[in-house]
Every structure is written in C-alpha cells, then in structure tokens.
Design a protein around this ligand. Structure first.
Ligand code: FMN
Length: 230
C-alpha cells in the first residue's frame, strides 16, 4: 500500500530523528583531476567545470557562496549567482547597501566557493572585489525580468521589516510608480567583480585522498599551479 502524504511525512520525521549526521559518510569516486587537465588560468578552468555542471543538470550550477569580512574582521557568507566570467573576474549583482555591499565597501576582499555535489567537485576563488561601472550594471539590469526589476526597487535588502505585508506593499507601490514605463536601475544596485589572485579546484576521490590544486598569480601576472594534500 502506498502511504498517504501525512504518513509519508511521519515516516520521514522518524527517519530523520534516528539519523546521526556523524554517521553520514560517502565515498567519492566519480571523477579524477590531474595536473595535465588544468587550464592555464583558473577562470578558464572554471568555464570547463561550469560547462560540466550544466551538462550534468546540476541544480543552480552558477550559485556561489560569497564570503566577505566586515570592519571588525567578522566574516559572513551567502549565496549569490555568478552572472558572467569576465576576462579578469567573476561578476555578480546585488544591492550595494546590503550587508555584503557594505562589507565590500569597508574591506574590498572576499572569496567565492562553488560546490557541485553531483560531480563531487568544489572550486574556490579569492581576491579583490571591485564595483563594475554603472553602464555595465545598467545594461544587465535592463535584461532582468520586470518583476526582478521592481523587487530591486522595493527591497531594502537585509533591513528589518515589520511584516510580510510591508514588503508586499512596497512592491505594489513600485508597480504603480513604474506602470507603463521602462524601469531604470536603482542607484544602489549593481555589479561587483571578484578578481581572483588565487583559486583552488577540488575533485573528490576514494579513501578521502582527493585531488586538490592551487592556482596562484605570480609576479609576471601568469598562474602557477601546485598539487595540495587533500
Ligand atoms: C540560489 C540563491 C541565489 C541568490 N542570488 C543572489 C544574487 O545573485 N544576488 C544577491 O544579492 N542575493 C542573492 N541571493 C540572496 C543572498 O543569499 C542573501 O540572502 C542576500 O543577498 C542578502 O545577503 P547579505 O545580507 O549578506 O548582503 C541568492 C540566494 C540564493 C539561495
């Protein structure tokens, strides 16, 4: 007999209650990474791994954990979507007044980590973060769906709201304000470019002996690579 959805939820709850996360263990054995596979720059290597993630139908392949550090040295992280691999960096868009935006203003360094679990792969990038020019941000903003454009105006990203309806109301107000008009980019919204000075690529392997490589930029501006212990 197939259990109904309530019984299924009950069964799942029992399963999770008895599950010990310290007992979760997975062997990684799908793929390997050798020094000969590595492209000459970390951004061209990222392109290959993103294409692999797309082909493998990974959910949100361009989602990256962006870590920033505030004035006091306190780190924080959150996911943002990579929108473009530029010649010298990773481009993402956000609200400049958000926590991450203020952190970057105060301390213009950060890291971004991708995890493609279906491929047992991780890639990390670290370096300086700079604002992109207004024109670049405007061009991208113009390609966003109208609802996302309105949300950019309505959202005071990261600020406390008294209720959900306050947020919905702010959106409705923006809808009215922009009715029948093209929506321009808010001045506090735009792109950042993380320009890596280093990167790592990690491929899960058997017995926890993973493949792990570091790219570091040398004084000539080209990239050295080294194999790291996993
Ligand atoms: C899958 C996913 C994609 C996201 N993409 C973005 C993004 O591209 N830009 C952004 O500002 N926030 C994005 N967010 C929301 C952020 O994770 C975060 O909650 C928000 O930007 C506020 O972060 P902050 O207060 O640390 O600045 C995304 C969240 C998820 C889960």
């Amino acid at each position: 007999m197939i259990p109904d959805s309530n019984s299924r939820v009950k069964l799942l709850k029992i399963k999770f209650k008895n599950m010990k996360i310290n007992h979760l263990r997975k062997e990684y054995s799908r793929l390997t990474l050798s020094r000969n596979d590595l492209k000459t720059t970390p951004l061209s290597q990222l392109k290959i791994w993103l294409e692999d993630a797309l082909s493998a139908n990974v959910l949100e392949p361009n989602a990256m954990f962006l870590a920033t550090v505030d004035k006091q040295g306190m780190p924080s992280s959150r996911i943002v979507l990579l929108k473009e691999i530029e010649e010298n960096g990773l481009l993402f868009f956000t609200n400049y007044r958000s926590k991450k935006g203020r952190d970057i203003e105060d301390n213009p360094y950060g890291s971004a980590t991708f995890f493609w679990k279906e491929l047992e792969r991780q890639a990390t990038f670290f370096g300086q973060i700079v604002k992109v020019d207004e024109e670049r941000s405007q061009n991208y903003f113009a390609t966003r769906p109208r609802a996302s454009q309105l949300a950019a105006w309505a959202s005071k990203q990261g600020e406390k709201a008294s209720s959900r309806s306050e947020i919905d109301e702010a959106y409705t107000q923006e809808e009215k304000k922009w009715e029948g008009r093209e929506i321009t980019k808010p001045p506090y919204w735009g792109g950042f470019l993380l320009m890596p000075s280093g990167a790592t690529f990690w491929q899960g392997r058997e017995k926890r002996l993973h493949d792990h490589f570091l790219y570091s930029k040398n004084s000539e501006g080209t990239w050295d690579t080294a194999r790291l212990y996993p």
